[in-house]
Write a protein that binds this ligand. Structure first.
Ligand code: COA
Length: 185
């Protein structure tokens, strides 16, 4: 298959609805075996307007770390978010909060590129380490391993009616994640 072309740019508040819809669609395909359709309906569809509004508000904050991948026609097919770590894992103050691509755009190099862009942004602030939480049953953990992350720990997380295991992974040197030189970003 010919490589699929995409671009990466910083997210803006006007992207909030498209990002939220990509998030919901990717959630459904990624976690279909783990959570019930009723949970998706409640978690995303019934709260879609609230989710769009809160994302838009977040994207208006100065210094927000959020990027989108778009088709050459400008359609958003994936996004990444990051920021200060939300849980206290020593030595990992920076966190990749979320990375989600539409199913048809997975496996095209977008994930690597978005992760490198977030890493570059942390490096510009003097950070050298980054962590991420991923459900133990999500194959995306192998994506993080492939990108050089090491397993750190496991903790329970409640999702809908179930309690699942979530694993933390960490990078000790995020400079290895850069896909293009820092000065070209
Ligand atoms: C996880 C995700 C962001 C990865 O992005 P991607 O564009 O599909 O991955 P890339 O094409 O950039 O892959 C980079 C490398 O990781 C490898 N990789 C990607 N997904 C993998 C997987 N599930 N298992 C093993 N290796 C994987 C690729 O083979 C590639 O290796 P290579 O450079 O040696 O060829 C994307 O697949 C996705 O959105 N998945 C669904 C949502 C999700 O699970 N998000 C994470 C929530 S914590």
């Amino acid at each position: 298959m010919a490589p699929r072309e995409f671009s990466v740019r910083a997210a803006v508040p006007e992207d909030a609805e498209a990002i939220t819809r990509v998030h919901a669609a990717s959630w459904r395909t990624t976690y279909a075996d783990l959570v019930s359709p009723a949970f998706f309906d409640e978690f995303f569809d019934q709260r879609l307007d609230d989710r769009i509004a809160s994302r838009e508000a977040r994207l208006r904050k100065p210094g927000v770390k959020s990027w989108v991948a778009t088709t050459l026609g400008g359609y958003i097919v994936g996004f990444i978010d990051g920021g200060p770590a939300r849980s206290e894992i020593p030595a990992y103050p920076a966190e990749l909060y979320a990375i989600y691509l539409l199913k048809g755009w997975q496996g095209t190099g977008i994930g690597r590129r978005l992760t490198g862009t977030l890493a570059a942004s942390f490096m510009a602030e003097g950070q050298t380490r980054m962590m991420v939480w991923v459900l133990a049953q999500n194959p995306a953990r192998h994506f993080y391993e492939r990108l050089g992350a090491s397993y750190l720990t496991t903790a329970p997380i409640a999702i809908g009616e179930r309690t699942l295991d979530e694993c933390a992974y960490g990078w000790d040197d995020i400079s290895a994640l850069l896909t293009i030189p820092l000065e070209e970003l």
